[in-house]
Write a protein that binds this ligand. Structure first.
Ligand SMILES: [Zn+2]
Length: 260
């Protein structure tokens, strides 16, 4: 059986005009192996994730890959990059043979410039369980309003959260360093909520029916102050401008803090 792990890599490339531009891609690493009769898995993906991050993501992130960076390998084309990543892993991952490396242009970050305002959107994923149930409604009404989402034991979603900062760039030419941006969203929302039951496990949802709308509002409240503080420290004064939450591939909503 084949197993694939995806990690985001953000390096830097030289554009046609000679200037440096961000190069973001999703690295898909696929390995092959037998399913263990002991634990029912080909491999523990926690080990795969750790190795990919240590050997590839940390070595390439933020680096120039054209040979001008002494601390980074010279991988100036996408083809060489795919081969170079294979070599960084020694053709193996978690002691299993690599089957392929695939590079896919990443959807995040998205940078928007209007001539006056800069916006940077970064995208995150988390999986969580919830139960939609309004205390103000009877059990029968809850079933009528929320249908199978009222299932007493709950159900799960793979959420996508897009976070947009807006403002002016500082001396470093950015709204907020990507690692700081990620660390805040990770600690305040995504890492905290991932693999949790929102109603049962998290105090911020006490007394709140965790619809996508309420989840977006809670995320907004948790992110506003830490992002503002970090942006002030970076000297840019950027602010949280928008959250987009995808609950399924077909249901998504946008929130700009309008009822805060
Ligand atoms: Zn749901």
């Amino acid at each position: 059986m084949r197993v694939t792990r995806v990690e985001r890599v953000e390096a830097v490339a030289r554009g046609e005009d000679g200037r440096w531009i961000p190069l973001a891609f999703d690295l898909e690493a696929t390995l092959a192996g037998d399913v263990s009769s002991e634990h029912g898995m080909v491999v523990n993906l926690t080990d795969v994730k750790k190795q990919l991050r240590e050997r590839v993501v940390e070595r390439l992130s933020g680096r120039r890959l054209d040979g001008s960076d002494a601390d980074a390998p010279e991988l100036p084309t996408a083809e060489k990059l795919a081969q170079g990543i294979w070599d960084l892993l020694g053709g193996k991952l978690a002691d299993r043979p690599l089957v392929r490396i695939r590079l896919v242009a990443a959807r995040s970050p998205i940078v928007t410039w209007t001539g006056e305002e800069m916006r940077v959107t970064r995208s995150y994923e988390f999986s969580a369980a919830h139960r939609l149930h309004a205390e103000s409604l009877s059990d029968t009404e809850n079933v009528r309003v929320f249908g199978k989402c009222n299932n007493p034991a709950g159900h799960g979603h793979n959420y996508v959260l897009e976070v947009t900062l807006a403002g002016r760039t500082g001396h470093a030419g950015e709204l907020l360093p990507a690692d700081v941006f990620d660390r805040i969203v990770e600690s305040e929302v995504v890492g905290r909520w991932d693999h949790k039951h929102l109603n049962e496990d998290l105090p911020e949802f006490a007394g709140i029916n965790p619809t996508a709308e309420e989840i977006a509002r809670v995320a907004w409240r948790r992110l506003t102050a830490p992002l503002a503080r970090a942006a002030d420290e970076a000297g840019t004064g950027a602010r949280l401008a928008r959250i987009e939450l995808h609950e399924t591939a077909r249901n998504r909503l946008e929130y700009e803090g309008e009822d805060e």
